[in-house]
Design a protein around this ligand. Structure first.
Ligand SMILES: [Mn+2]
Length: 406
C-alpha cells in the first residue's frame, strides 16, 4: 500500500512545498501525496502526477476553498492559514494512517520505520515541542503520524472547528487546539522525527540567558550522532538570506535538486549542497563589532576561491550585508553558538582586519588552533604571531595567503 503524506499550502508557498516533496521522494517511493489547498493551480498537479508516476507515486488535489480559516488568529507572522487545513485530514484521506508535514520541513531518510509505529488508540504520534522546561507535554503539530480512522470515527474536524471558533485568540494556533483536544493521548516519538531548529536563534529569549543555561541548552539541542530524519525549520526560515538556524544547506540541497535526478534515481552525483555549488578552496573569518573592515572588498575579489564568514554580536550595517552580493561571503549578525562552531570548524586562516576592538579574544583562539592570522598594520590586534601587512599594499597579503592555501 502507498504511504499517505499530507501537506497543506497556499500559492505563495509552492516552491517550499516542492522542496518538501522532493526531499521525501529522494528517500522513498510508493507515496500518495494529499495536498490541501485553496488556490494551487491544477496544471501543477498534472505536471507533478506525471513526474511522480516514475516512482509509483501520485498526488491528490484536495481543494477546500469554502472555509473561514483566514479569519483565525495566527500566533506568529510566519504562519499561514494553510496550517489549519490539517483539521480536515480525515474527511479526505482514505488510508488508515497518514503522515502530516508542514512545508517548512525536509525529510532526509526513509520513512518506513516511522510508518511502522503502532498507533493503537492514540490520536497521533509526534514529537514534543522544544527541548526546554514547560513544554514537555505538548507536541509540535508540524509533523504528526495521524490515526486517520480514529479522527474519522470521532468526527474530529467538526470538533476542531468548533473549538477553534471559540479559542483561536488565546491559544497557539492549530497546535494549541490539537493539544487541548488530545491531552496526553499522543504517542511520543524520538526527536529525530521532528527536529526543530527554531530555538537556535531564539534561545536567548526563551530561557534565562546565563552562559550556563545557554550552554546546557546548546548541548541538549545537538542531534544524537545521526542526521535527524525529519528537519523542521521552525522560527527563522532557511530561505531568508540572514537566517542562522542549523541545516540551512540541507534545505538548499533539496531545493536545488532536479526532479529528474530524484525520480529517475540517476547515479547520485549530488550528495550534499556543496556538490551543487562551488567548493571553496579555503575558509576564513572576520569577527567584528565595527562596520569598517580594511581592504575587505579587495580581498574578497582577489581571493574568489576563499569563503569569507563575517561575524558580529550586533546587527550589522548595510555595507556589510551588501557584501553578500559576492558568492564567497556569508554574514552572521548576532551570531549564535551553532554558527560560531560551524565557522571555526572549517577555518583555515583568520583575517584580523576590523577596526576598533577585537571580540571574543579571537586572534588568541585562532593562534591556539595553530592557524595563521593575517593583519594590516592599522588593524592589528595581536602582540605577536600575526603576519602584518601595509594597508596600502593589500596585494602583498593576497600573495602570502595564496602561498599558504595553494
Ligand atoms: Mn513549521
Amino acid at each position: 500500500m502507498k504511504k499517505a503524506i499530507v501537506l497543506g499550502a497556499d500559492n505563495g508557498y509552492l516552491n517550499k512545498l516542492e522542496t518538501t516533496i522532493k526531499s521525501v521522494c529522494t528517500h522513498n517511493r510508493n507515496l500518495k501525496f494529499y495536498i490541501f489547498n485553496d488556490n494551487l493551480p491544477s496544471e501543477w498537479f498534472q505536471v507533478m502526477n506525471r513526474r511522480l508516476k516514475v516512482i509509483d507515486s501520485e498526488i491528490v488535489n484536495v481543494k477546500i476553498s469554502n472555509h473561514q480559516l483566514e479569519g483565525y488568529h495566527l500566533p506568529s507572522a510566519y504562519l499561514s492559514y494553510a496550517t489549519f487545513f490539517k483539521y480536515f485530514i480525515a474527511d479526505f484521506v482514505v488510508e488508515e494512517e497518514a503522515l502530516y508535514l508542514n512545508s517548512d520541513i525536509v525529510v532526509t531518510h526513509s520513512l518506513d520505520e516511522l510508518f511502522q509505529e503502532e498507533l493503537g488508540d492514540y490520536w497521533i504520534a509526534g514529537v514534543r515541542d522544544y527541548f526546554v522546561k514547560g513544554y514537555e507535554n505538548r507536541f509540535n503539530s508540524g509533523m504528526m503520524l495521524i490515526n486517520v480512522s480514529k479522527w474519522r470515527q470521532e468526527n474530529l474536524s467538526a470538533k476542531l472547528i468548533e473549538l477553534t471558533n471559540k479559542h483561536h485568540q488565546e491559544v497557539f494556533g492549530d497546535q494549541g487546539i490539537l493539544n487541548m483536544v488530545f491531552g496526553e493521548n499522543w504517542k511520543k516519538l524520538d526527536r529525530k522525527y521532528n527536529f526543530m531548529v527554531g530555538l537556535d536563534s531564539l534561545i536567548h529569549i526563551a530561557v534565562e540567558a546565563t552562559p550556563e543555561a545557554l550552554s546546557s541548552w546548546y548541548n541538549s539541542a545537538l542531534p544524537d550522532d545521526v542526521l535527524p530524519y525529519i528537519i523542521h525549520y521552525t522560527g527563522e526560515k532557511p530561505w531568508l538570506h540572514m537566517s542562522q538556524n542549523r541545516y540551512r544547506d540541507i534545505w538548499w540541497f533539496y531545493q536545488g535538486l532536479d526532479c529528474s535526478d530524484i525520480l529517475l534515481r540517476k547515479e547520485r552525483v549530488f550528495q550534499t549542497y556543496q556538490d551543487l555549488t562551488v567548493i571553496p578552496k579555503a575558509y576564513t573569518a572576520i569577527f567584528t563589532n565595527s562596520c569598517e573592515l580594511e581592504q575587505v572588498e579587495y580581498l574578497i575579489e582577489n581571493l574568489p576561491d576563499v569563503h569569507f564568514s563575517i561575524l558580529a554580536h550586533t546587527w550589522v550595517a548595510s555595507n556589510i550585508i551588501d557584501l553578500m552580493r559576492y558568492p564567497n561571503v556569508t554574514v552572521y549578525q548576532q551570531y549564535n553558538r551553532f554558527s560560531y562552531d560551524k565557522v571555526m570548524k572549517k577555518l583555515d586562516f583568520y583575517l584580523d582586519i576590523n577596526y576598533h576592538d577585537e571580540i571574543d579574544d579571537i586572534t588568541n583562539v585562532v593562534m591556539n588552533m595553530r592557524k595563521p592570522v593575517f593583519s594590516f598594520s592599522n588593524t592589528n590586534h595581536c602582540n605577536e604571531g600575526a603576519q602584518v601587512f601595509s594597508p596600502t599594499d593589500p596585494d602583498k597579503m593576497v600573495q602570502e595567503i595564496r602561498k599558504y592555501i595553494d
